[in-house]
Design a protein around this ligand. Structure first.
Ligand code: NAD
Length: 375
């Protein structure tokens, strides 16, 4: 089995789909690994590090020639995959809904494309879950990005010259990213509150030492909901939530929004009128900006100012911590392939009826086969 690791071509993408650590493991399993020159540069991994781990390093066409599996972060354009073997695996964060047209092209080219972000949220697949590993670090970085834009300190400080009060931080959406944002803001000394539509998060918020702010008048989602995800809320709920946010947000210094609904645009949680009630110098970080945004006026890839409030909309936040996010992402892929590794064949063998395989496999034998893509 030859595994190819590509250098990412998307602008601003610094991550890489393998590390020397995972290369060593693949080589130990009997695979050969070829890494495109410069693939690790954005994540502080040199070609020499990959070579020392047992990989060969070369130009894209040499790396792709005869490869049985191609590992990537973002889905590559077909044109850049020239020379790739029919039937080869293409494994990465292929963005099946956002880049649907590419999936058709992968199918037509005879590839077996597997989308890691479709990994089912089941216990057996936790170590392969790229959404969790990347969101975790995004939640952390969102707080640091807010701190960097904020012209004040986070912790309360008592100095000889006077007292500085603690920053009030409000986290909206308490999934993986939100939980890490709460923990990070607490570590920095912020006074943290948080909200979600899923009632199960209330206890999690309190266990991190933050204050839950919840809509009480209209029922939210009891328990964990389908697969632990939120759904679109009723108009009554949205109205009650808007009222609650209006009352709370004017007193906040920092707001971090992370709310997502799978397969839908991100819910709008903060309006321009609500931003206008915040103190000048406050900061909002919208982690959902690339999915349509939780915050009115947020711009993907920009920091904009509205009513004296800075709205941070960085694109691809995981890439801003590329060394760590790459290490976790590469581990997720390693864990996925080793879970199906056949020691004799020295290659993964994917049973057709396995929940994980059914979850991630998009294309096969020239066709798109995933039910979520076939509608
Ligand atoms: P996500 O990224 O889809 O959404 C982020 C958060 O936004 C969620 O908590 C969601 O409830 C919230 N949200 C959506 N609409 C909202 C609104 N209108 N107002 C406020 N909040 C809103 O979520 P995620 O981080 O992927 O996590 C989703 C769930 O999956 C969690 O329950 C998590 O614990 C669970 N999970 C399970 C596993 C596993 O078992 N393998 C792994 C990871 C996550």
């Amino acid at each position: 089995m030859k595994i190819a690791v590509l250098k990412e071509q998307e602008a601003g993408e610094r991550r890489v789909a393998a590390t020397p650590d995972t290369v060593r493991k693949f080589v130990g399993l009997g695979a050969s690994v070829a890494v495109e020159a410069g693939a690790g540069a954005g994540a502080s991994v040199s070609d020499a590090d990959f070579e020392a781990a047992g990989a060969s390093v070369g130009a894209r066409q040499d790396v792709l020639a005869d490869a049985d599996a191609v590992l990537c972060v973002q889905g590559p354009d077909l044109g850049s995959l020239e020379g790739m073997k029919k039937g080869a695996l293409l494994i990465g964060a292929l963005n099946p809904f956002g880049r649907r047209e590419r999936i058709d092209v992968y199918a037509a080219a005879g590839m077996q494309a597997m989308a890691m972000e479709f990994m089912p949220r089941i216990t057996r697949a936790q170590t392969m879950d790229i959404l969790s590993s990347q969101a975790n670090l995004s939640g952390y970085k969102a707080v640091l990005d807010a701190a960097a834009e904020y012209g004040r300190a986070f912790p309360m400080m008592m100095t000889a010259a006077g007292t500085i009060s603690a920053a009030k931080v409000f986290v909206m959406g308490v999934g993986v990213a939100g939980l890490q944002a709460i923990a990070t803001a607490r570590r920095l000394g912020g006074q943290v509150s948080a909200t979600d539509v899923r009632s199960a998060t209330k206890e999690q918020i309190m266990s991190l030492g933050a204050k839950p702010i919840f809509v009480e008048a209209v029922a939210g989602i009891e328990g964990e909901g389908a697969g632990g995800y939120a759904t679109e809320m009723s108009d009554d709920y949205k109205a009650a939530q808007a009222e609650l946010v209006s009352a709370h947000i004017a007193k906040q210094d920092i707001v971090i929004t992370t709310a997502l609904i799978p397969g839908r645009p991100a819910p709008r949680l903060i309006s321009d009128a609500q931003i206008a009630t915040m103190k000048p110098g406050s900061v909002i970080v919208d982690l959902a900006v690339e999915q349509g945004g939780n915050v009115e006026g947020a711009q993907a890839g920009e920091v904009v100012e509205r009513h004296g409030v800075r709205i941070v909309g960085h694109k691809n936040v995981p890439s801003r911590l590329a060394a760590d996010t790459s290490a976790l992402y590469a581990r997720n892929i390693l864990n996925f392939l080793t879970a199906f590794w056949d020691a004799e064949a020295k290659a993964p063998v994917f049973p057709d009826d396995d929940e994980i395989v059914l979850g991630v496999r998009l294309t096969r034998d020239g066709k798109v086969v995933h039910e979520r893509l076939l509608g």
